[in-house]
Write a protein that binds this ligand. Structure first.
Ligand SMILES: NC(=O)c1ccc[n+]([C@@H]2O[C@H](COP(=O)([O-])OP(=O)(O)OC[C@H]3O[C@@H](n4cnc5c(N)ncnc54)[C@H](O)[C@@H]3O)[C@@H](O)[C@H]2O)c1
Length: 468
């Protein structure tokens, strides 16, 4: 048992647990002999390192109190992991979970049916064992449109009415950042599991309150961190855990948009660019994906010290600036000292006069990785060597041999698979909380002009939650 980096108030305790995300096979690599030796080695022959995992209890039979609701789950379509070639004559995938047997159904209620909710609703169509039974939005027209398109039987403009319903097991929160905490905490208190959009909240102190509510109520809380489920990230995690990087000591979190500030540069609503609704800019919106991914790859280390700076310097359309009330950063820079002597540096841009940044990367004594597309760098016979991987083909074969892999296809597969008891979940709430700590640490470091500790971030964090 370890104590988290946090909080100012009551510490949250996390337990060490084995993570099941790991892998069976590294195959088909355009890679050096050491990797080829790993081809077709089953995971059960490998020893996994222990990782830190939030322990949030959940009864495996979601629908125990309503057995009649058990249904034959839809068959998941192969999606992006179709067999690699049309004339592939290898083994056929085994039946997927839910194809040949009834599975329990997780009944989900949505709060917010805006842009990202539409993506969630579409994705749930491909996830076995889930049914969207209710939706809430203050925009009546948007609500009616979603209800009709996705056949949602119950709608309301008041989220409290939704979370009070007995026929809902889990709530999917698709509201803007400063609304995440109030709705998530209320839903947890109402006995629902919660899947919430990133960033976890508008302020670190609110994210802590969300994690504490999950622990207090014994309900599961998962945060949308889609980068953890990319085949590239999953393979990178396996390579690191199998020791191919030697001693890992540094990681670099990067995200680049040449001109991609929401609203003022086009895409998205003004809610992304004002502190009143979003609290932060590039770091909160996109940095969260890359920082959380690097924490995950580094084994979820503790956060010890943070320093950084943010900018808004490049020009923008004056009319849109005024209309959008733009007051967040477009560029965030950070340097973080982590537990175990590890370090992480961060550069996240919504807008910058540069053509690109290098992709996120991890450095070890024996090798390094660059993400998406995944590349590996090492020395062979004292000669520097750069390798790439046939990630998609290997990922497809892995799914053929291990049907549970489908539960790691997306954050929503993972969330539903966890609720159904099919998999042990990645501690996304813990990763998202540490990511909040780092982002808010960068803001505080800028304000104080120096490096800051997690305790200082906690002590200075002010709730941005909107009272509902
Ligand atoms: N849009 C994206 O591409 C995207 C991608 C990833 C994550 N996200 C995250 O998703 C969240 C929502 O973003 P979005 O783009 O979907 O925003 P959006 O503005 O499109 O949707 C938000 C919805 O919430 C509704 N709403 C506001 N207050 C409400 C209340 N009190 N009760 C019920 N409904 C209420 C609004 O009417 C709106 O329909 C943000 O946290 C964002 O960071 C968005």
């Amino acid at each position: 048992m370890v104590t988290s980096v946090l909080p100012h108030a009551k510490p949250i305790r996390f337990e060490h647990k084995k993570e099941l995300i790991n892998p069976n096979i590294v195959g088909g690599l355009v890679a050096p002999p050491p990797f080829m030796l790993l081809g077709l080695v089953h995971y059960s022959t490998l020893t996994l390192p222990v990782v830190v995992q939030v322990v949030l209890r959940f009864a495996p039979t979601v629908d125990a109190r309503n057995p009649a609701a058990q249904v034959q789950a839809p068959i998941v379509q192969a999606g992006r992991r179709q067999q690699p070639t049309a004339d592939h004559d290898g083994p056929k995938p085994p039946p997927r979970i839910g194809q040949n047997r009834a599975v329990n159904t997780v009944r989900v209620g949505f709060v917010g049916v805006g842009q990202i909710a539409q993506h969630h609703l579409r994705t749930y169509r491909d996830v076995p064992g889930v049914q969207v039974v209710a939706a809430c939005d203050t925009d009546a027209a948007a609500l009616a449109k979603s209800a009709s398109e996705y056949n949602i039987p119950f709608t309301t403009g008041d989220f409290r009415e939704l979370i009070a319903r007995d026929d809902i097991d889990a709530v999917d929160v698709c509201l803007h950042n400063n609304l995440h905490a109030p709705v998530t905490i209320a839903a947890l208190e109402a006995g629902k599991h919660v899947y919430c959009e990133k960033p976890m909240a508008g302020a670190y102190v609110d994210a802590v309150a969300m994690a504490q509510a999950a622990e207090r109520t014994g309900k599961k809380l998962s945060i949308q961190l889609s980068t953890l489920y990319s085949p590239h990230t999953k393979l990178a995690k396996r390579l690191i855990e199998a020791g191919h990087l030697g001693k890992v000591y540094h990681a670099r979190s990067t995200g680049h948009r040449r001109r991609g500030r929401p609203y003022v540069d086009g895409y998205g609503t003004s809610s992304f660019v004002r502190k009143a609704t979003a609290s932060g800019g590039a770091l909160y919106d996109m940095g969260v994906y890359h920082i959380a991914m690097m924490l995950h790859l580094l084994g979820n280390p503790s956060v010890e010290r943070i320093t950084g700076k943010t900018y808004q310097e490049t020009d923008m359309d004056p009319g849109r600036r005024e209309l959008g009330k733009y007051d967040v950063e477009e560029l965030g820079l950070g340097f973080v000292r982590l537990g175990g002597g590890l370090t992480l540096d961060i550069v996240e841009a919504w807008a910058v006069h540069q053509s690109s940044f290098e992709a996120p990367s991890v450095y070890g004594s024996k090798g390094g990785l660059k993400l998406d597309p995944l590349s590996y760098f090492t020395n062979l016979e004292d000669v520097p060597m750069n390798a790439t991987f046939e990630v998609e083909g290997a990922d497809w074969r892995k799914h053929v041999l291990d049907p549970k892999q489908q539960w790691f296809d997306s954050p929503q597969h993972h969330w539903i698979g966890g609720l159904l008891g099919e998999i042990e979940m990645i501690p996304t709430a813990e990763l998202a909380l540490k990511t909040m700590l780092i982002s808010e640490g960068i803001y505080l470091s800028e304000r104080l002009g120096r490096e800051v500790t997690p305790e200082e971030v906690a002590a200075n964090s002010v709730s941005t939650a909107i009272a509902l």
